[in-house]
Design a protein around this ligand. Structure first.
Ligand SMILES: Nc1ncnc2c1ncn2[C@@H]1O[C@H](COP(=O)(O)OP(=O)(O)OP(=O)(O)O)[C@@H](O)[C@H]1O
Length: 743
């Protein structure tokens, strides 16, 4: 028998000398021979690309200080890295802090905040088609190894090749003797799409006979101008965009032309999903003409190294912990301000802002810090205003809209600008930059003569943008510069649903804009036509009725005709199902017990439905519910906590289980059942202000629309009981009301 110690991360089953099957990934086996460990997929053959670790994996983890509780995250990232390494150029999320030298690459092995002495991999991906991946060394910050000086152990690469056939045989033997997991293998096959089964095992031609008339219209419209695709959540926007991209490439091939298509997403997770969808739908093999990337990765790819390598670290705005850290920082800035410079503003500041600043209620102060964070990122940053000459004057000239933090006079604005200046200065002093700053730099580069020369070769003929509502003014401006031709209008095909933009800023259009350059978004795209998708396919008519109710409750949603989707005629093509449930408990503690019970009932009822999200509406409430995960984790391993957009990628390989995360990170995903909890406290006045209300409704809309079959909404008396919008839904019998336990 083998001598490997028990590998706790994934509860590996030891099947055969030197081999282990990953419990969370039963389709993957690790095989150790002659000083290397192979990571082998069960469908791998002798021709497959090899993924190899130098040495023994548990020992490697141990030496780098990776505790058993974090081994799973480290392995998940390796799997994500292997997936990415198939694409050129090899691009990694900025939070991984990649560094490259020849074909070596170093990157953080897991989220940096998980392990104090954050470990980094040194990997090698030789150039060429289907390259092997060598994970040579796991270093820690205190035992740094310079990439330029690194050399793998001599002879290891040769030994990898020599023993490959034996390793594959060992994998097969291990699989054969581990029959109990065969069923899991079908469920967790790496080649099948995961949480959001958009493709549903149909090919391109299969879908072309199934699509609705409106989807057909969009897909067949000649792309000689920009087209926007509007529709509520679950109406097939992503699928339609993907089918259109495939069609354009295939038709160009038939004409004997080669076009380059960019498919832009908001997150790496959606990029991976779209990439996978294209591969599964294609009947023409790989469609290399289509590049799928998040916008920030496009910036990393195109920005010349010297501009990119500023020595600053991009702050993790897309992660829960990153956002919370920024909030803490802003709270501290406000606190210092009150003890210092406040005196110079105090006489002239408007009563509303004064009351908020001087409130002794912690919740009010936190709410004010949130509003500042949004104003900094979504108004100042989004508009490209950074401290410097004329910046304050530019900010003062911006028109204010109802969704923004209310500021009554110029002194109020000067005060906010003052806080912003301090915030940015603090960031720069500590060597950090925001994604807004990076986008601004990228925009400046795209306006240079140099890019004008390069774009003929490196620009794109067609640009697809999913979740357009999540991009801010600046990001939208980037898009037109990415088009190959500088003289013609760009051809941009974008999908949007403005209700899914929780941070309101994104609803900038047609006058309702935070920008000093209001009409830029559409004018710069030339003529833009619209196609509406009025049929929801994801969820039942019962869920749709609740979604419509939420939609009609949105205040100030005067988006103008270009963006508005008419909900009156939206219908659902899905089967009828149960009414969404509203469960009211006496306290938050009692509510958590209700959540456990509802989860258990789902599991007992039909284990095939064990694909559930617990969506936390208000980010401040997330930590309270995160503990539910710890309780459940001891009972089942299939719990995944989503704390950043990056984490969502892990779900790609998980078909079953419970996913817990703030609602905003679940955008674009789909689950059988969604449990909605953590609604913001109501009754303190704040929740009823129109801009706060809209944020709340947007997150509630996002959470509810992730469900394909069941919706349970949990509320408790600790946090104000049933919010008005849900009370109205209950009165209209759109919700099945249940009195939960009181204590
Ligand atoms: N014509 C159709 N017939 C049946 N099902 C469809 C059709 N079009 C799309 N679907 C299905 O509807 C579901 C939702 O699709 P998709 O994720 O593309 O919607 P979306 O509008 O992008 O949603 P969201 O805005 O929430 O991300 C998927 O399961 C997809 O397979």
């Amino acid at each position: 028998m083998n001598s490997l110690r028990t590998f706790q991360i994934c509860g590996l089953q030891i099947s055969e000398a030197g081999t282990q099957i990953l419990d969370n990934h039963p389709e993957i086996v690790t095989t150790k021979i002659s000083g290397v460990t192979y990571l082998i997929h069960h469908q791998d053959t002798l021709e497959s690309r090899r993924v190899v670790f130098a040495g023994d994996l548990p020992e490697t983890f141990h030496a780098a200080g990776v505790s058993p509780t974090h081994e799973q995250q480290v392995l998940e990232r390796v799997i994500a890295f292997v997936e990415r390494s198939q694409h050129t150029p090899l691009l990694l999320p900025s939070q991984w802090s990649q560094y490259k030298h020849n074909d070596f690459i170093a990157f953080f092995a897991c989220r940096r905040d998980l392990i104090i002495d954050a470990p980094r991999w040194i990997a090698q991906v030789p150039t060429g088609l289907d390259p092997d991946v060598y994970m040579w060394l796991l270093t820690s910050s205190s035992k740094k190894v310079t990439l330029e000086d690194f050399a793998p152990v001599p002879g290891l690469q040769m030994s990898v090749e020599q023993n490959w056939a034996t390793a594959v045989d060992m994998m097969k033997t291990a699989r054969a003797s581990a029959k109990p997991t065969v069923q899991d293998v079908a469920e967790m096959d790496l080649t099948s799409s995961a949480f959001s089964d958009v493709v549903q095992d149909l090919s391109y031609s299969g879908w072309m006979t199934r699509i609705t008339g409106q989807q057909h219209t969009f897909i067949h419209q000649p792309p000689n101008h920009s087209i926007r695709l509007r529709g509520p959540a679950g109406s097939g926007k992503t699928l339609t965009l993907v089918l259109k991209a495939i069609r354009e490439v295939v038709e160009a091939r038939e004409r004997g032309e080669s076009i380059q298509v960019l498919f832009v997403t908001h997150s790496w997770a959606l990029a991976a999903e779209v990439d996978d969808n294209i591969r599964r739908l294609s009947e023409w093999g790989p469609l290399d003409e289509i590049t799928v990337l998040p916008l920030l990765a496009v910036a990393e790819d195109l920005l010349p190294a010297e501009r990119w390598d500023s020595g600053l670290t991009l702050i993790g705005e897309d992660s829960y912990s990153g956002k919370m850290a920024q909030l803490d920082e802003i709270e501290e800035i406000i606190d210092n301000f009150k003890r210092g410079d406040w005196i110079t503003f105090s006489d002239d500041v408007g009563p509303g802002l004064r009351e908020r600043l001087l409130s002794s209620d912690e919740a009010d102060l936190r709410a004010f810090a949130w509003d500042c964070l949004i104003e900094f990122g979504c108004v100042l940053g989004a508009d490209g205003i950074f401290p410097g000459m004329n910046s304050e004057a530019r900010y003062l000239k911006l028109s204010r809209d109802p969704w923004m933090i209310p500021l009554e006079n110029d002194i109020d604005r000067k005060l906010i600008y003052h806080l912003y200046e301090t915030y940015i200065t603090q960031l720069l002093e500590s060597g950090r930059l925001t994604s807004d700053q990076l986008v601004n730099d990228f925009l400046n580069y795209l306006e240079t003569f140099m890019w004008n020369v390069r774009r003929g070769k490196q620009g794109y003929d067609l640009i697809f943008v999913d979740e357009f509502h999540l991009f801010n003014v600046q990001e939208r401006q980037l898009l037109r510069y990415l088009a190959r031709s500088a003289s013609a209008y760009p051809r941009i095909l974008m999908a949007l649903d403005p209700r899914q933009s929780p941070w309101e800023v994104y609803t900038e259009f047609n006058g309702a804009t935070p920008s000093s350059t209001p009409s830029k978004s559409d004018d710069e795209f030339g003529t833009v036509s619209s196609v509406d998708l009025p049929t929801v396919h994801r969820f039942s008519p019962e869920i749709l009725d609740l979604v419509k109710h939420l939609h009609w409750e949105f205040p100030n949603l005067d988006l103008g005709s270009n963006w508005d989707v008419d909900f009156t005629h939206v219908n659902s093509s899905a089967e009828h199902g149960a009414l969404p449930k509203l469960i009211r408990s006496g306290s938050q503690q009692a509510e958590i017990v209700e959540i456990y019970q509802a989860l258990r009932a789902l599991r007992n009822g039909d284990s095939n439905r064990w694909q559930v999200a617990l969506a936390i509406v208000h980010p401040d409430q997330f930590l309270a519910y995160k503990n539910v995960a710890d309780g459940l984790q001891s009972a089942t391993k299939k719990v995944t906590i989503i704390e950043s957009r990056e984490d969502i990628e892990v779900l790609q390989y998980r078909r079953r289980g419970l996913v817990i995360g703030p609602a905003e990170y679940l955008a674009g995903l789909q689950f059988d059942a969604v449990f909605v909890a953590g609604l913001p406290e109501i009754g303190n006045g704040q929740a009823n202000q129109s801009y706060r209300r809209r944020q709340f409704l947007s997150l509630l809309y996002l959470a509810v629309t992730r469900a394909s079959r069941d919706v349970h909404i949990f509320v408790n008396d600790d946090h104000g009981g049933v919010p008005e919008v849900l009370a109205k839904a209950k009165d209209q019998e759109l919700l099945d009301y249940i009195e939960g336990s009181q204590v």
